[in-house]
Design a protein around this ligand. Structure first.
Ligand code: SF4
Length: 222
């Protein structure tokens, strides 16, 4: 085979060679970009996958094995919410589902003994929902085997940076959607100390210390 130096190739042939090289480069770059995009999970994909895996945390516990996701989510909300937020209306608002769907789910949970329904001591017209002792225990068991928290601990700073960034995304989405924030009581602008004890400036009532780490329907950012 005889190799002809590039300078000796005719001008027309040189242009053809350069055009083919450009074309090949363009195809390779485009293919690479397409492949990279499809091989990367978006944040939306990651959160959606984690939410699915999060459900396994609960269904792995025998007491919750046969419960549909909406009922598990309602129970977990009642596990995390404070004494101002355990009403059927707050559950509906938090889950963002229709009143009918949530009412039906709560009724089934009550029939199976997962929750009880009681009138509010201060206002008998209002209904409050409470987890039964066995549901509380089963939820605590589920949380002991929770995989996301364990994975978070393995991150630099125990995942604090990631937590802050995700919280920021959550707040932006909540504001855009115009929904309540359901934040943690001790970070609320109404949260004060009175005589050394937690106090709510909105309701003018003392807050049980164990409730300061729970989420509240009335939460407002500082
Ligand atoms: S301080 Fe805020 S979050 Fe806490 S109980 Fe009062 S309104 Fe709710």
């Amino acid at each position: 085979m005889i190799l002809i130096p590039f300078e000796m190739v005719s001008i027309r042939y040189k242009i053809t060679l350069i055009t083919i090289t450009d074309l090949v480069n363009t195809v390779v770059i485009r293919y690479h970009l397409l492949f990279t995009a499809s091989a990367t999970m978006s944040l939306f994909d990651i959160i959606e996958r984690l939410a699915n895996l999060q459900l396994h945390t609960f269904t792995a516990v025998p007491a919750f094995r046969n419960l549909p996701p909406v009922q598990i989510r309602a129970l977990y909300y009642l596990f995390r919410c404070n004494h101002y937020s355990n009403s059927p209306g707050a559950v509906t608002e938090y889950l963002g589902l229709t009143k009918g769907t949530v009412s039906q789910s709560l009724r089934k949970l009550e029939e199976q003994g997962f929750i009880t329904r009681e009138s509010d001591v201060k206002d008998k017209r209002k209904v409050k929902l409470y987890l039964s002792a066995r549901t509380q225990e089963a939820l605590e068991e589920a949380m002991r085997h929770e995989g996301i928290v364990q994975a978070e601990r393995s991150l630099p700073d125990g995942g604090l940076d990631l937590e802050q960034q995700l919280k920021q995304i959550l707040r932006i989405v909540q504001q855009n959607e115009g929904v309540r924030l359901f934040g943690v009581c001790q970070h609320c602008r109404f949260h004060q100390q009175k005589n050394g004890f937690p106090f709510c400036e909105l309701t003018n009532e003392a807050i049980p210390p164990e409730n300061t780490t729970l989420i509240c329907r009335e939460f407002e950012e500082r």
